[in-house]
Design a binder for this molecule. Structure first.
Ligand SMILES: *Cc1c(COP(=O)(O)O)cnc(C)c1O
Length: 421
C-alpha cells in the first residue's frame, strides 16, 4: 500500500498499530510534505477574518486553534494517535498522567458525588483521592479483584468507578469485565488507567470503559525523556445521562460533550497543558510501542519464571505467571504481562547489598524506560505509609519492584544471578 493514499489507516491491518502510527503524520498531510509532524511552538493563532476568530470562540468554526493552552497542532497530532491506539472517539492530552487523572476527577465529579476507586492505585493517585474527599466527594476504596466489592459499594449518588489495569507494585488485576458490566447496568462512568498495559496489550474499550487514561510518560512515550498524560473517550458512555456537565457544553453532538468539558475545564481553566516539545517526543516514542511491549513482556515473563525458581526469592508477582491470583482473566484479556513485576527476597536484610551489586539494572525511581529500573519498595515509595499499613497491604521489607527495559534476557538474567548469588 502506498503511504501517499490519504487515509492508509482505513485499509491497514486493524492490529498493525505500528503502521498506523508511523504513517499518521504524512497521511494527515503534515506541512510541506514533512513525514514527521513539525513541532508547533506558537502560542497565538491569527485569523484573516474576524468572523473566523469569533467562530472559534463560539464553536461554529471547527478545527482551528486559538490559544495554545487548549492545544496546538503538535498536541492534536499526538491526541489523534492515542485515539487510534485506544480505538476511541477522541483524546485530550495533559502535561502529566497525574494532570490527566486530576482533570477527570475535578471536571467530572462534584461535591456530594460518590466515587468507587480501586484500593490498588498508584501512590500519587491515592493521595489525590484523599484531596478529593476533602473537596466533598465521597470515595470508597475497594478490592477490585472482586467485582462483588464494587457492587456492594454502590450508592444512589455513585457516578464513577476508577481502577488500574495492573497495579504497582503488587500487579493486582481487577475483574475488568465484570466491573464493566456493573458500570453499564448502573450508568456509572467507567474510568480505566491503562498506563501499565497500554493499548498495545489491552484496550479498555473492550470491557466497557467510557474513559481511558494513559500516563504517556510511561509505556506510550517509553523513553523516560518527557512527561505527558491522556484521557481518551471510547464513545461508549452516554453523556446525555450525566448530570455534571455544564450547559455551555451540552450543545451539538452529545458524544463530544465529555471531551469538550475535559478540554475547557481541564486545559483552558486548570492549565495542565502538554507542551508541543513533549508531545513530539512522546509521539516519536509511541512509534515503537508495540515492539517495546512485545519485547519487555517476553523478557519479563522469562525473568519471572526464573525468579520463581531462584532459592533467594520467596515469591514473584507477575500477571502472566500461572501462580498469579488473576491469571485466568489476565490471559484472556491481555496480550502480554508488560514490564512491571515485583518479587520478595527471602532474607530482607540482604536487600540493599543485592541491589548494590547490580551492574546493568539501574537503582532508580520511575517506570517503563528503555533501561531496566529497580527500587526497594518498603523503604522508598511505601515508606510514608508506615509499617502497619505496609503489612496490611502485603508490602514486605524484602519486596523489590522491577521495571524491565530493552536489555536482552541473557544480560538481565546474568546480572540478577550474580547479584543474588
Ligand atoms: C506514573 C503513573 C501515573 C502518573 O503519571 P505521571 O505522568 O508520572 O504523572 C498514573 N497512573 C499510573 C498507573 C502510573 O504508573
Amino acid at each position: 500500500m502506498s503511504p501517499s493514499e490519504p487515509t492508509p489507516a482505513d485499509s491497514a491491518d486493524p492490529v498493525d498499530i505500528t503502521a498506523r502510527l508511523v504513517h499518521a503524520d504524512f497521511a494527515a498531510g503534515a506541512e510541506h510534505g514533512a513525514v514527521h509532524k513539525p513541532i508547533h511552538t506558537s502560542v497565538q493563532y491569527g485569523f484573516a477574518r474576524t468572523a473566523d476568530l469569533v467562530g472559534t470562540f463560539q464553536g461554529t468554526v471547527k478545527g482551528t486553534f486559538n490559544y495554545a493552552r487548549q492545544g496546538t497542532p503538535s498536541t492534536q497530532s499526538l491526541e489523534a494517535k492515542v485515539t487510534q491506539l485506544e480505538a476511541g472517539l477522541g483524546t485530550v492530552s495533559f502535561a502529566t498522567g497525574m494532570a490527566a487523572i486530576a482533570a477527570v476527577f475535578m471536571t467530572l465529579l462534584r461535591a456530594g458525588d460518590h466515587l468507587i476507586a480501586s484500593r490498588y492505585v498508584f501512590g500519587n493517585t491515592n493521595s489525590l483521592l484523599l484531596t478529593l474527599q476533602d473537596l466533598g466527594v465521597q470515595v470508597s476504596m475497594v478490592d477490585v479483584t472482586d467485582a462483588g466489592q464494587v457492587a456492594a459499594a454502590a450508592r444512589g449518588n455513585t457516578r464513577m468507578v476508577f481502577l488500574e489495569t495492573i497495579a504497582n507494585p503488587g500487579t493486582q488485576v481487577p475483574d475488568l469485565r465484570a466491573i464493566g458490566t456493573l458500570c453499564a447496568q448502573h450508568g456509572w462512568l467507567y474510568v480505566v488507567d491503562n498506563t501499565v498495559t497500554s493499548p498495545a496489550l489491552f484496550q479498555p474499550k473492550g470491557v466497557g470503559a467510557g474513559l481511558v487514561i494513559n500516563s504517556l510518560t510511561k509505556t506510550i512515550g517509553g523513553h523516560g525523556n518527557a512527561l505527558g498524560g491522556a484521557v481518551t473517550d471510547t464513545g461508549l458512555f452516554d453523556w446525555e445521562r450525566y448530570p455534571n456537565l455544564f450547559d455551555a457544553y451540552r450543545r451539538g453532538d452529545a458524544r463530544q460533550w465529555g471531551l469538550t468539558q475535559l478540554r475547557k475545564k481541564g486545559l483552558r481553566d486548570m492549565g495542565g497543558t502538554l507542551s508541543s516539545d513533549s508531545a513530539h517526543r512522546l509521539a516519536t516514542g509511541a512509534e515503537t510501542l508495540a515492539l517495546r511491549q512485545a519485547q519487555t513482556s517476553a523478557t519479563a515473563l522469562a525473568l519471572a519464571h526464573w525468579f520463581e525458581q531462584h532459592p533467594a526469592v520467596a515469591r514473584v508477582a507477575y500477571p502472566m505467571l500461572a501462580s498469579h491470583p488473576q491469571y485466568a482473566w489476565v490471559t484472556e484479556l491481555f496480550a502480554g504481562g508488560s514490564w512491571l513485576m515485583s518479587f520478595e527476597l527471602r532474607d530482607a536484610s540482604r536487600l540493599e547489598s543485592v541491589l548494590d551489586r547490580l551492574q546493568w539494572v539501574i537503582r532508580a525511581t520511575g517506570l517503563a524506560d528503555t533501561r531496566s529500573l529497580v527500587i526497594p519498595v518498603a523503604s522508598t515509595i511505601f515508606w510514608e505509609a508506615g509499617p502497619a499499613k505496609r503489612a496490611e497491604m502485603g508490602i514486605a521489607d524484602g519486596l523489590i519492584r522491577l521495571s524491565v527495559g530493552l536489555e536482552s534476557l541473557a544480560t538481565l538474567q546474568a546480572d540478577w544471578a550474580q547479584a543474588l548469588s
